[in-house]
Design a protein. Structure first.
Length: 431
């Protein structure tokens, strides 16, 4: 309920023109509430919960009632042994039959038990598939959210570069006014400023498109105005052994385990058809017949009945045997599919861990590089202001600063993506 109210407040806020601040928690809450894939998975789960009942498995008695009332009009002709002849036209006859009967299966090769096990496995599988969708939606939202943070980091670096270029242009113009600089330096500074502003505009477009992608994922209006004030913070305490140990608890893998169990129970159900079945039958019958002519004018029978029904399969062309072989093959394929999925998950965990480790190690070095590039740019600017540095020195230091800033943001984002994937594989993705 709390999540629904939060989503409603955010939706009402997004309808206004001003930009609304969106946090990661709010974005995930909206996605979990509005995701169509999660809705489908939850509806499927609801259906399996309804089906997981002993009545669906055939374990409850079956009670039926019937009533049949027939009215007829006949012509009667009777010749008796004593020579008496009876003729009557328009003879009315009425036949009324009713019954309530019940059947309870006492034994059918444990098919009811197998069917109940299959229904329980289907329900558990649906639960795991809901978790799969939840984890997938959360991972996708996080990736889109931090993509915006990444693009904002690029934009901030370009903004700083524009400030540096603007300072250089102002300084060159001031020098030119006193005859210490030529037109070439002014033109070059102006061209550099224009080029950086073009890059800034292009980056703004990328940022706005990233916001539209996130809003589309949240099933909100893609042109809504949102603002994200966040930084990329990486969990450096991830452990490969811990992720690998929790891999068997991955909801996708658990779903595959349940699929194996479903086919195993199906094989048991098919195998149960080879055994005799015993059912208890009972009920109450009412039968009444009336006629306006003839020897029997009224015949009425009422009373209960009770009996056992034994069915022994003798021969059906080998149909049950073939069905059992098919079910066993389906079970083998399900086990192979599960094993293939486990192997693929192990490979993806290793790849994500390698990316995580590589980006973390490079990130530490890049932080130092970024600080060095900033210090270098500051030093070169001071030298240029003092007249001992050249425009080429400033431009080169500025280029180095921008590239270092871009690499720092890129490595942070890639490390975060690898962290998200590792937690998703381990089933530990939280916010």
């Amino acid at each position: 309920m709390k999540r629904f109210v939060l989503a409603a407040l955010l939706l009402s806020g997004f309808s206004r023109a001003e930009a609304q601040v969106l946090t990661l928690e709010q974005a995930i809450n909206i996605a979990l509430e509005r995701s169509l894939d999660i809705r489908i998975a939850r509806n499927t789960l609801e259906g399996t919960i309804i089906s997981n009942h002993i009545s669906v498995a055939g374990g409850l008695p079956e009670v039926t009632g019937s009533l049949n009332n027939n009215q007829s009009l006949t012509n009667l002709r009777q010749e008796l042994s004593n020579g008496t002849v009876t003729k009557r036209r328009g003879n009315q006859n009425n036949s009324l039959n009713g019954s309530i009967s019940g059947t309870y299966v006492l034994f059918n090769g444990f098919r009811v038990i197998a069917a109940r096990g299959r229904l329980e496995a289907l329900e558990k599988q649906s639960e795991h598939l809901v978790n799969v969708e939840v984890q997938t939606v959360m991972a996708n939202v996080m990736a889109k959210y931090y993509e915006i943070v990444r693009q904002q980091g690029y934009l901030q670096t370009l903004r700083q570069s524009i400030d540096v270029t603007l300072q250089r242009l102002n300084l060159v113009q001031a020098r030119q006014s006193v005859g210490l600089a030529n037109n070439a330096d002014t033109y070059q500074a102006q061209l550099d400023l224009n080029a950086t502003r073009q890059d800034f505009s292009s980056q703004e477009l990328v940022l706005n498109q990233s916001k539209s992608d996130l809003l589309t994922l949240l099933t909100l209006r893609p042109d809504s105005a949102i603002e994200i004030r966040d930084t990329i913070i990486i969990d450096t305490a991830m452990n490969l052994a811990n992720v690998t140990a929790k891999l068997p608890l991955n909801p996708e893998l658990l779903s595959a385990d349940e699929q194996v169990r479903v086919f195993e129970f199906l094989a048991r159900e098919v195998n149960a058809l080879r055994y005799p079945s015993v059912a208890l039958n009972g009920g109450y019958n009412v039968s009444q017949s009336r006629s306006t002519a003839g020897f029997t004018l009224l015949n009425q029978n009422t009373g209960p009945f009770l009996g056992l029904n034994l069915q022994v399969p003798i021969f059906n062309g080998g149909f049950n045997k073939r069905q059992l072989r098919v079910a066993e093959i389906d079970t083998k394929n399900a086990r192979i599919t599960r094993e293939s999925l486990y192997n693929n998950l192990q490979g993806m965990v290793v790849r994500a861990w390698q990316a995580y480790q590589n980006n973390l190690s490079r990130l530490q070095q890049e932080k130092a590089n970024n600080k060095t590039a900033a210090d270098l740019l500051s030093l070169v600017q001071k030298r240029f202001e003092l007249g001992v540095g050249t425009v080429v020195d400033v431009r080169e230091a500025q280029r180095t600063f921008v590239e270092a800033g871009f690499r720092l943001v890129e490595l942070s984002y890639n490390a975060k993506l690898a962290e998200i994937e590792l937690k998703r594989y381990a089933g530990e993705l939280v916010f």
